[in-house]
Design a protein around this ligand. Structure first.
Ligand code: PGA
Ligand code: ZN
Length: 425
């Protein structure tokens, strides 16, 4: 049985050039594995805390204190343990921190270790990481799950906090749900993406990209973004609503002023029910099958109303609303808020808690979607997590830029090498 013989960490940089943590776990049989931690920009207020240095250097965003905590405080706690015991190791880290929001040690420090542990355990057992996650789900929850290749939501047009254009809605995504396999999904998404680029250029719009690799033009309205995407789908020889659907992430907390939803691009100030109606008009007009954070994270009445009115027509995803937190999810389920949950492991801080939240979602028939953050790295763990836990859906940006495409490329390899794992139905 292999044992952890070393834990090392350094400060590296994410896709925005902002410091983040990389952690390397070494086992006594010579095997080693490393991780890198992602970071959000439009974060939910109840997310676990990301520990930053808050000093003059790196605009306050250095993580050198967190790196020191890993090496001095956390390493001694887990030396000698078997990396296959993810639950035990994560629990030691959670207990040592001792706070609800992981503010003492930082969710970024804890996650860096938690991820590297899972990679080391998979390598040690000589199995794929997704297979290890499949086994962990069974070990941690007692229930079995069927692995599958997830269907992506590709974010091909960026607004909100992820771009400096005038568009209020943060993400306009395509879901190529009619494709027969993952290779075809990539073909379609790549062709649609490049056709959208051509369309933007022909119409005189900017084709520079936002944080998640999607284009970030200035447009007259949010609806115009949808129209351009529909045009790009059609010019790829595909049928909107049949081959390819559309998903939105409003990230509405970013434009809610405490009372109204303020759409700057359209000069509109809408109450909760007016904004729900605004979205309903879009759903009726276009093949929009999923809307994330349609409401502000604290607009509970708004969430209740939209779930009542649109919940049977559309997947309503809670991101800032649930922050991957099992307790907050359960409270939301009792209040009948949303019907789907976005899963970002750095919102909660460990692999174990991420699996427990997904398990609760499964039990309550709330659809989980594995997600990247807007600040990403070349770490592809989420691709294996989505496959092994059979969640069915993944959101990891445009089919462009290596911080996004690394995850899609990993899924192409999994499809190629695991003929028994099929695209989610
Ligand atoms: P974030 O954005 O990583 O900046 O929070 C992604 C999202 O809102 O889904
Ligand atoms: Zn979101």
């Amino acid at each position: 049985m292999a044992k952890i013989s070393d834990v090392n960490a350094i400060q590296v940089f994410d896709s925005r050039g902002v410091p983040t943590i990389s952690c390397k776990i070494t086992l006594d049989n010579g095997i080693s594995a490393s991780s890198m931690v992602p970071s959000g920009a439009s974060t939910g207020s109840k997310e676990a805390l990301e520990l930053r240095d808050n000093e003059d250097s790196y605009h306050g965003k250095g993580v050198l204190k967190a790196v020191t905590k890993i090496k001095n405080k956390l390493k001694p706690l887990i030396l000698g343990l078997n990396p296959a015991n993810q639950l035990e190791i994560d629990q030691i880290l959670i207990d040592f921190d001792g706070t609800e929001d992981k503010s003492k040690i930082g969710a970024n420090s804890i996650l860096a270790i938690s991820l590297a542990i899972s990679h080391a355990a998979a390598k040690d057992q000589n199995i794929d990481l997704h297979e290890h996650f499949l086994n962990l789900y069974k070990n941690i929850t007692g229930d079995s799950i069927k692995p599958s290749i997830p269907i992506p939501m590709f974010n091909i047009l960026n607004g909100g906090e992820h771009a400096n254009n005038n568009i209020d809605i943060q993400e306009f995504m395509i879901i190529p749900q009619g494709a027969k396999n993952f290779s075809e999904i990539m073909k379609w998404s790549s062709e649609i993406y490049h056709n959208l680029k051509n369309i933007l250029q022909i119409k005189g719009f900017s084709s520079s990209v936002g944080d998640e690799g999607g284009f970030a033009p200035n447009l007259e309205s949010n609806e115009e973004a949808i129209k351009l995407i529909i045009e790009a789908i059609k010019s790829s020889g595909l049928k909107p609503g049949v081959d390819v659907n559309i998903a939105l992430d409003c990230a509405a907390s970013e434009f809610f002023d405490g009372k109204n939803y303020v759409l700057k691009s359209e000069n509109k100030k809408l109450s909760s029910s007016e904004f729900i109606n605004y979205l309903k008009v879009l759903i009726d007009k276009y093949p929009i099958t999923s809307i994330e954070d349609a409401m502000d994270e604290n607009d509970i009445d708004g969430w209740k109303l939209i779930t009542e009115e649109l919940g049977d027509k559309c997947q309503l995803v809670g991101d800032d609303l649930f922050v991957t937190n099992e307790k907050i999810l359960i409270e939301g389920i009792q209040k009948k808020l949303a019907n789907s949950i976005l899963i970002k492991f750095n919102q909660v801080g460990t692999i174990t808690e991420t699996i427990q939240t997904i398990h609760s979602a499964n039990i309550h028939k709330i659809k989980p979607i594995i997600s990247h953050r807007s600040g990403e790295t070349e770490d592809t763990t989420i691709a294996d997590l989505a496959v092994g836990l059979g969640v069915g859906q993944i959101k990891t940006g445009a089919p462009c830029r290596s911080d996004r495409i690394a995850k899609y490329n990993r899924l192409l390899w999994i499809e190629n090498e695991s003929s028994n794992i099929l695209l989610n139905e």
